[in-house]
Design a protein around this ligand. Structure first.
Ligand SMILES: Nc1ncnc2c1ncn2[C@@H]1O[C@H](COP(=O)(O)OP(=O)(O)OP(=O)(O)O)[C@@H](O)[C@H]1O
Ligand SMILES: [Mg+2]
Length: 501
């Protein structure tokens, strides 16, 4: 079939497919003969001149409204240089003109290639690049979202307004100023993240001061002041994230909870360095301190009362917009309490803590049965009878551990020239890295507890401490004292003993 006839048949089919009223057009197809070479449409009139075997062929037809896509530049109305000149118009008989095919400006080769193109091919030529562009945009969107998710934490750094950075990091600001800014900054949950990152990246590490389960602790320098930097291995990213998250709980800051300064995840190309920056306390942990020194009655009371204050603040739910959720520590022990210069305590290592969402009465992460340090696990944790749906159960388990810490302190209390050597709780009943089973036998089956010596009864402060311990160690968690009750009892004792806090 020759190309002219194909073109005519095609154009006639488009022209008559619609069945319409409205616009009248000239029509050159044989189907229009009976209508006096006219057609009617709601779409457009079209005049088309094509170059076929060097001869111009003129065709006039009606185009259906539905075929006028995309609006404004319908494919059917497009021309092809050197091949086809189409003209669509929208007034009666407007297609009575004779068009010329424009001369070729494309390369001779491509002209022969295009010789076989119809409207469908032309549509493909126009739509193809558009489709490719659409795919590129989709790919771009996907990559962007992926990047967002992978660097969710880092992303928060970008969305905050870095223009306020100078307010926090003016050249003359010291660590003390920063900590003051931090305690008074509006959010109540710490420094803006971009400030945290800038601080973390300008710390100069000095010496390693300890190693724990999740990584190393270093002393670092920032603007002349000491800071502690806990460096997590890349494998421990979840622990790093969780600890940073808990420390940034709104309104958590308290003089007896380790002061958090910054979290940073720095990718050096090979691995990610995960840093938690906090206040540095040169005495180290309570475990370190008690190993080194015995304590006076006054210092014992200060250490015990400040630890109770820290734990009471952690446990307490404060309602309102500037409130805080109740938090249970779940790994309280003398190694996770730091001793400040003024010989009061700061509770640290919040990585295993759980928060209580009181509105829904739920816990913010799925708590696993037995986390923490086996030696300090409460009986209900050791025998797995703890009711994990009930947030208070975790607080009661913390109180049991606090009682053990009090025993460690009281043993080192120097009263009347007597004091005992430092020992870990249950040192005489279990081996050095006890298994859960070994602990369970002693604590649950035999119901044994650390020894409270009789001579403590001779000193009021030691008597009170002994009584508190026993009331922290009940097998029934609900019967134990609360942190607030302990704090009140020790406050009274500190006044009676004339202790200056
Ligand atoms: N802010 C700090 N200031 C001074 N010393 C610190 C500070 N934080 C930690 N340390 C020291 O670093 C040591 C290691 O701390 P880390 O919390 O990593 O391990 P840990 O508490 O000893 O053991 P675990 O992994 O069971 O918690 C501590 O025992 C303490 O001596
Ligand atoms: Mg620790």
């Amino acid at each position: 079939m020759d190309k002219t006839r194909i073109l005519l048949v095609c154009l006639a089919v488009w022209g008559f497919a619609g069945g319409c009223d409205g616009l009248l057009c000239n029509c050159t197809t044989s189907q229009c003969e009976k209508n006096g070479y006219r057609c009617e449409t709601t779409g457009a009139c079209m005049a088309s001149t094509s170059l076929i075997d060097g001869q111009e062929q003129h065709v006039r037809i009606c185009i259906d409204k539905e075929k006028l896509v995309p609006p404004g530049q319908p494919f059917f109305c497009l021309s092809a240089e050197g091949l086809l000149n189409n003209h669509c118009c929208y007034t009666d008989y407007c297609n009575s003109l004779d068009l010329k095919v424009h001369s070729v400006t494309v390369q001779p080769n491509s002209s022969t290639m295009m010789g076989g193109w119809g409207p469908v091919e032309l549509a493909a030529v126009v739509a193809g690049p558009l489709f490719a562009l659409f795919l590129l945009v989709l790919l771009g969107l996907f990559l962007f979202q992926h990047h967002q998710r992978a660097y969710g934490h880092r992303q928060r750094l970008e969305v905050e307004d870095p223009s306020t950075e100078h307010l926090y990091l003016a050249k003359d600001k010291t660590l003390q100023d920063l900590i003051y800014d931090l305690s008074t900054s509006g959010s109540g949950s710490g420094l803006p993240l971009f400030v945290q990152r800038t601080v973390a990246r300008t710390i100069v590490l000095q010496e390693i001061i300890g190693k724990g389960r999740f990584g190393e602790v270093w002393r670092g320098k920032w603007r002349g002041g000491d800071v502690a930097v806990k460096i997590f291995s890349s494998r421990e990213e979840r622990s790093w994230f969780r600890e940073a998250e808990i420390y940034q709980t709104i309104m958590l800051r308290h003089e007896n909870i380790l002061g958090f300064i910054a979290a940073d995840n720095k990718d050096n190309g090979t691995w990610t360095q995960l840093w938690l920056v906090s206040d540095y306390h040169e005495h180290g942990s309570l475990f370190d301190y008690l190993n080194r020194y015995s304590v006076t009655i006054e210092i014992m009371i200060k250490l015990a009362l400040s630890a109770a204050s820290g734990l009471a603040h952690l446990h307490m739910e404060i309602l309102g917009t500037q409130g805080k959720p109740g938090i249970a520590h779940r790994d309280l022990k003398s190694k996770n309490i730091l001793v400040k210069k003024n010989l009061t305590c700061a509770i640290a290592d919040l990585g295993l803590a759980v928060r209580h969402e009181s509105v829904t009465d739920t816990i913010d992460i799925a708590p696993n049965q037995r986390v923490g340090t086996k030696r300090y696990m409460a009986p209900e944790v050791l025998d797995e009878s703890i009711n994990m749906c009930h947030f208070d159960s975790f607080k009661c388990a913390d109180i049991y551990a606090l009682g053990l810490v009090y025993w460690e302190i009281a043993r080192r209390c120097n009263a009347g020239g007597i004091h005992e050597e430092y020992q870990l709780p249950y040192y005489d009943l279990v081996p050095s890295d006890p298994s859960i089973e070994e602990m369970r036998k002693v604590v649950c089956d035999q119901r044994l507890r650390p020894n409270v010596p009789n001579w403590w009864q001779s000193y009021e402060a030691l008597r009170v401490m002994g009584k508190i311990m026993r009331e922290c160690w009940y097998a029934n968690g609900a019967a134990r004292l609360t942190a607030l009750r302990i704090k009140k009892t020790l406050s009274q004792l500190s006044m009676d003993e004339d202790v200056k806090m």
